[in-house]
Ligand binder design. Sequence first.
Ligand SMILES: C[S@@+](CC[C@H](N)C(=O)[O-])C[C@H]1O[C@@H](n2cnc3c(N)ncnc32)[C@H](O)[C@@H]1O
Length: 371
Amino acid sequence: MRLSNRDSGRPYVDIDRHALCTFLDACLSETELPSLRDRVAGLRRDIMDMPITSVNEGFALLPSVEPNDPGAAFSRNVLLEQLQQILEARTLRRAHYYLQRLRKSLTEVRRSVVNDINLNRWKEYDTIRTDSLWLVDRRDASGAHEAWYWGNFIPEIPRQMMLRYTRAGDWVLDPFAGSGTTLIECRRLGRHGLGIELNAEVVAQASCRVAEEPNPFGVTTTLVTADSTTLDFRALLGAHDVDQVQLLILHPPYHDIICFSDGERDLSNAPDVEAFIESFADVVSRARKVLEPGRYLVVVIGDKYQDGAWIPLGFYVMQAVMEQGCRLKSVVVKNLDRTRAKRSQQALWRYRALVSGFYVFKHEYILVFQT
Ligand SMILES: C[S@@+](CC[C@H](N)C(=O)[O-])C[C@H]1O[C@@H](n2cnc3c(N)ncnc32)[C@H](O)[C@@H]1O
């Protein structure tokens, strides 16, 4: 079995699940700690000698977790750590506890309803973020991901959200799809994706890019030219024979920070902040109607600076979504791409900050809500 874990490069070994269970059962029947330790130490040495299953082409970030698979890819380090823990147990009882826990992780899957994470093997999901501060130093530019669109988000955002809040085969809706970053990630992770984008030229170009990404799971990834403030989302889903999506990802313009078009329906042309928030809230209330109850809604947004004042767009948007009855689950702060602004511009902003008494934006928000 091949396993891909491109992001972490963590080494995996292929284990014969049945043989390992039998071995653990034998260890569990030991009544003396020294002989149990001898057995476990032998296994640990064997694992250290095993060839590492190489990290390769795909994008399936999660290890094989189905107990019915005869083979199982295991994180070498996690497995060695667990065996070490057994070796260091001071009592037979404690050693048996660790052995049983390891055996359970080989034979039982424990999942929440919103994702495919096997909680019995949670230590192995090291590519999944759980902290609220994201410092990302490098943009993933692999495959169809290309930073051709000014104002796109890093692929890691939709990827992380899908891994935490969807299962394989779920549907994801992105009402501000831009260059289709979400849809490319959908293809990689085996989620169906629907993207809406106002600008037809952007849709045409993004559709070509998305189509270039391999689609190993045969999912639907469709981009539609439409105005998300008026679109009938239910009808759009109906055309795909579904009536609900399992995740909403919204990455609207940060009001007028980047002007995406001349169109008056474009949120980046909203006449003022109030109108922007109103239009955005409108999209949320419409799109929410097709979100499966209990599922997650994610907003990616930054603040802006205008007339000498910091305008907390992120906070306004957060409030607007909460007023619609969504429960705020997390506020993630992510650093802004350092490579974006030219060095000379960065220096200018630093000068302006010193002159005018403000701090230069270096972050944006990923707001996570549950419905
Ligand atoms: C911040 S960008 C999203 C970028 C996207 N996440 C990506 O990675 O390429 C916001 C997008 O919303 C689009 N947009 C603005 N108003 C819209 C509306 N009323 N309906 C649909 N899309 C809209 C803009 O054209 C722009 O492409």
